[in-house]
Design a protein around this ligand. Sequence first.
Ligand SMILES: C=C1C[C@]23C[C@@]1(O)CC[C@H]2[C@@]12CCC[C@@](C)(C(=O)O1)[C@H]2[C@@H]3C(=O)O
Ligand SMILES: O=C(O)CCC(=O)C(=O)O
Length: 343
Amino acid sequence: MVVLAKPAALEQIALLRTPEAWESFSGVPAVDLSGPGAAADVVRACERYGFFSVVNHGVPAGMVDRLEAEAVRFFASSQADKDASGPADPFGYGSKRIGRNGDMGWVEYLLLAIERDALSKASPAPTSALRDAINDYVGAMRGLARTVLEMVAEGLGVSPRGALADMVTGDAASDQVFRVNHYPPCPLLQGLPPNCSVTGFGEHTDPQLVSILHSNGTPGLQVALHDGRWVSVPPNRDAFFVNVGDSLQVLTNGRLRSVRHRVVAGNGLKSRVSMIYFGGPPLAQRIAPLPQLLAGTQSLPLYRDFTWGEYKKAAYRSRLGDNRLAPFEAPPVATPHADRHRS
Ligand SMILES: C=C1C[C@]23C[C@@]1(O)CC[C@H]2[C@@]12CCC[C@@](C)(C(=O)O1)[C@H]2[C@@H]3C(=O)O
Ligand SMILES: O=C(O)CCC(=O)C(=O)O
């Protein structure tokens, strides 16, 4: 990645030149959730990439289209109307500023909290049409998150099958967040080399167990492969994309790895719109490698115990690109052979 001199209006937003990453990656695993062997496919994809697309998911296209259309309507409204739903701290409309610690991107967004299966009172949606569309959509995402987490448990041999899914959808107090992002084309890139792009959403891993993303047909999402290479994910309106989050990495003692991802905004003509459901557990939930996954193996726990509340507090003090799990790694064990068992 090369960081370039940039127009003043882009202020603190990083400009990137990433020719290699612009090539579409054809290797994103597509899991047919209704197919035989889906659980094994989910686990394989989560081990290899921490990322996969879901097809045959059963979510009606009309439900997705309706939310996307309401989101587009909202982002097209006047700046004053949008600002009336802000700031995004803790929840609401935000523009360019991401989180509290100085991260910036070429993006505007709605960041909303979900309580049980609907928008929380802390997140009043700008219009009732948008609120209704979000509530329907989030219901479907909770179902999808449940199915995916059940398949992870089944594929890893964890019982009961609902052990992971219940952390996110089985408890009224679970910590779910919903985000709608709008990345307008960046006119300030005109006149710069064609392979230049601007950071839409900086690289990061998601703190929760899983995130489920849908986007319109405009590219921009890139994921880091385990060898560190960045690749572009071809958009697919008919699919959902699942990210493994840091908490699932810990629960599986690093067998499933959270995926680093980012969004780059180009100087094309079309906006990117994405909608992401983040499935987190209740604040009091203990996050630690599942004893069932350690039993009978030589593996030591790679992480110390913590609660989701502790992790979340630390995460929200971090910068987007930080490795948020580093402070939670287990201290090295003082035996001569211990390292051999940490894989
Ligand atoms: C810079 C930040 C934004 C973020 C909170 C954080 O301090 C670090 C994690 C970020 C992230 C990434 C996934 C979605 C999100 C809502 C979350 O739970 O953690 C965002 C936070 C945010 O946008 O506020
Ligand atoms: O917009 C996207 O495609 C992904 C955005 C993202 O990673 C996020 O909002 O956490």
